[in-house]
Design a binder for this molecule. Structure first.
Ligand code: HSE
Length: 284
């Protein structure tokens, strides 16, 4: 049995804690054999536990505590702690593992509610489960969500070498915001979503760069965001935004400008990996 969960990019700028897209990088889990003890075989680094303390098994065994132990193989090309949903992918894989091995028959909505309660917000786990573009909201113990086809474009991920933990990136956010500012921030998010639904990427991209919820506060942690936007303006991109809590920046481009943008990004002084990705439409 195999489970495959896509990477995700949350927020898309102003869709803070509610919007996300699934991307063509994956976490894969394979069930190899029965065993006396749970064991995860992986080569993701010494920091990633191979036993029941791994988030994958913590999640699965919380849902189905009586599962018989197995040997699992875990592989992933989702960069860790870079804002591409690596921990969400593990949570979603854990839920799916419990669902399949324990015959829980969870609906997509139930999986999304459980994943959101573990993660704290639905914007990574929703596209990881559903694929494509998802807008989701957790209200009074229930998740309401809409999946929609994301318009065709290239997606460039500029992934800096250094980590940025979500907790650190959330710690710079304010506790309150003036009412007028919140109304403005909400109107920008609404237009962005409507533009995506209409297939209007130039307008969606414009709104993605006008976020008022989080990027202004996080800018000091990610100075490369403004440099990338400047490059993008010269070359012609739809928009660039902080992927989730950063430090990765996602750049949406018309196909004909992708290689020029990649070349410009390669010349930036910061050490980073640049990946040209596409939208994953299937989810888990
Ligand atoms: N919406 C979340 C944030 C995504 O920006 O903090 C990262 O977990």
């Amino acid at each position: 049995m195999k489970i495959r969960v896509p990477a995700t990019s949350a927020n898309l700028g102003p869709g803070f804690d509610s919007c996300g897209i699934a991307l063509s990088q994956y976490l894969s889990i394979e069930v190899l054999e029965n065993a006396e003890e749970w064991k995860i075989i992986h080569s993701l680094g010494a920091d990633i536990p191979s036993d029941k303390t791994n988030l994958l098994l913590q999640t699965a065994l919380k849902l189905a505590p009586n599962l018989a132990p197995k040997v699992l193989k875990m592989t992933s090309d989702i960069p860790l702690a870079r804002g591409l949903g690596s921990s969400s992918s593990v949570i979603v894989a854990g839920i799916e593992l419990a669902n399949r091995l324990g015959n829980l028959n969870l609906s997509q909505k139930e999986k999304l509610r459980i994943a959101t309660e573990i993660e704290g917000h639905p914007d990574n786990v929703a596209p990881a489960i559903c694929g494509d573009f998802v807008v989701a909201s957790y209200v009074d113990g229930d998740v309401h969500y809409v999946k929609h086809h994301f318009p065709m474009c290239d997606v460039i991920a500029y992934v800096p070498d250094e980590h940025l933990l979500t907790t650190e990136s959330r710690s710079v956010l304010p506790n309150t915001m003036p009412y007028k500012d919140a109304v403005k921030a909400s109107s920008i998010a609404n237009v962005m979503i409507a533009a995506i639904l209409n297939g209007n990427l130039p307008l969606a991209g414009l709104m993605m760069e006008e976020d008022r919820w989080h990027e202004a506060y996080r800018r000091k942690l990610v100075p490369h965001l403004d440099q990338i936007r400047e490059l993008g303006q010269k070359i012609g991109i739809y928009g660039a935004f902080l992927s989730g809590a950063g430090p990765t920046v996602l750049i949406l481009t018309p196909e004909e400008n992708t290689s020029q943008m990649v070349k410009a990004l390669e010349k930036m002084p910061k050490s980073a990996t640049i990946n040209v990705l596409s939208i994953d439409q299937e989810g888990t």
